[in-house]
Design a protein around this ligand. Structure first.
Ligand code: FNR
Length: 361
């Protein structure tokens, strides 16, 4: 269908299910085990409601904010997602261009289909981009990547810490088993897309490595895939600039909690301990609507990431699809903020939410 017939982020997903190559659909849509965390990431938003205020002048709405000190046009970003080429020949390049024209940040995956340099070259000269790092047993590779980030003007390094190995993603595995012509019944021969990604992750990664990465660069280091209050407190002890509360879109440990729930716990403790200014908190997983973004921001998130929606918009429509996705989310945000009675991002706070049922599953 024409882009004019796309009304929200989820529309892209429904279209992709019909039109993108089956291996791309299997890889993009899959999550771990029974996909309970994938489901919960969405359901958590449905347990939070708004307390809208009225009789306030909401003629002008300002969606701009900063992330790691960089000015952006909206409080959300494109999260790292590997293998954008499976669904779209332009892969991460058209994602870079789409994010550039709408002035939001693209986090470049360590496992992108195009090279890091190609994706940076696709961006406009001053366009902000982040780099997502998978720590490999060969630390030299990681230090080289960090060095490149320094050289190429990357604005932040997001170290993924929830991937000691990949979760068991059965949709992806099943697809590759079906694909195999001379199937001898040995699933071990059939590498899923996630299995094929060879930038080996190191299960030996610890906080000591984070200290070393911090020494290797002046760029902000953010830990992606934090899931508990205790680890946020450790992140503060290690003086990193931020954390992303994330269960990797439900693709790692099934039954890990929805990041929105974790965010509520984290914000409460940081407030009690007066540690709110110590680091920036980001969140991803299940974000599809302007209201989802507002809920996370009210609970203290600095910005919110989306993974699959960018892959789907890009797979179906390339750069124009990416732009449309961003425009739709901006539109929803400004409509919802007007109706909530808030005109600026930094005015959002917990008083606008009813979270009494958030923890009741
Ligand atoms: C991811 N994600 C991810 N994360 C990361 O740190 N490095 C990566 O290479 C990838 N690759 C990747 C591929 C695909 C197909 C998906 C769906 C996800 C996780 C991603 O950054 C983010 O945490 C989730 O996608 C957020 O959930 P939603 O928005 O997809 O619901």
């Amino acid at each position: 269908p024409a882009l004019a017939k796309i009304f929200n982020a989820s529309d892209f997903e429904h279209i992709c299910k019909q039109i993108i190559p089956p291996n791309a659909w299997a890889y993009y849509s899959s999550a771990a085990d029974d996909e309970i965390s994938l489901r919960e990431n969405h359901y958590a938003y449905q347990r939070v409601f708004f307390n809208p205020r009225v009789l306030r002048n909401v003629t002008e709405i300002d969606l701009t904010t900063t992330m790691l000190g960089v000015r952006v046009d909206a409080p959300f970003y494109c999260s790292a997602a590997a293998l954008a080429k499976l669904g779209q020949p332009e892969g991460e390049l058209s994602i870079a261009r789409g994010c550039g024209s709408e002035n939001i940040i693209q986090m470049i995956s360590n496992n992108a289909s195009y090279t890091f340099d190609e994706i940076v070259d696709a961006a406009k000269p001053d366009q902000p981009q982040w780099f997502q790092l998978y720590v490999s047993e060969n630390r030299d590779l990681n230090y080289k990547a960090i060095e490149k980030c320094n050289k190429r003007g990357i604005k932040g390094i997001f170290v993924t810490v929830d991937a000691a190995l990949f979760g068991k993603r059965e949709k992806d595995m099943r697809f590759h088993l079906l694909e195999d012509d001379d199937d001898d019944g040995d699933a071990g021969d059939n590498l899923s897309e996630s299995g094929k990604i060879l930038s080996a992750k190191d299960p030996g990664l610890t906080w000591e490595d984070i200290k070393k990465f911090k020494k290797a660069t002046d760029l902000p280091i953010v830990l992606k895939g934090i899931q508990t209050v205790d680890d946020v407190l450790m992140a503060i002890d290690h003086e990193v600039k931020g954390v992303v509360l994330s269960n990797h879109g439900g693709r790692q440990l099934d039954f890990s909690r929805a990041p929105l729930e974790v965010l509520a716990d984290v914000s409460k403790v940081l407030k009690e301990k007066k540690l709110e200014d110590k680091l920036e908190i980001y969140l991803d997983g299940g974000v599809r609507r302007g209201t989802d973004i507002l809920k996370a921001l009210c609970l203290g998130a600095k910005g919110v990431g989306l993974g699959r929606p960018f892959l789907y918009a890009n797979s179906a429509y390339g750069q124009e699809g990416v732009e449309k996705l961003i425009q739709l989310l901006k539109l929803e945000l400004s409509v919802d903020m007007k109706l909530l009675g808030v005109s600026k991002i930094d005015e959002l706070g917990p008083e606008y939410l009813d979270i009494r049922n958030l923890h009741a599953r």
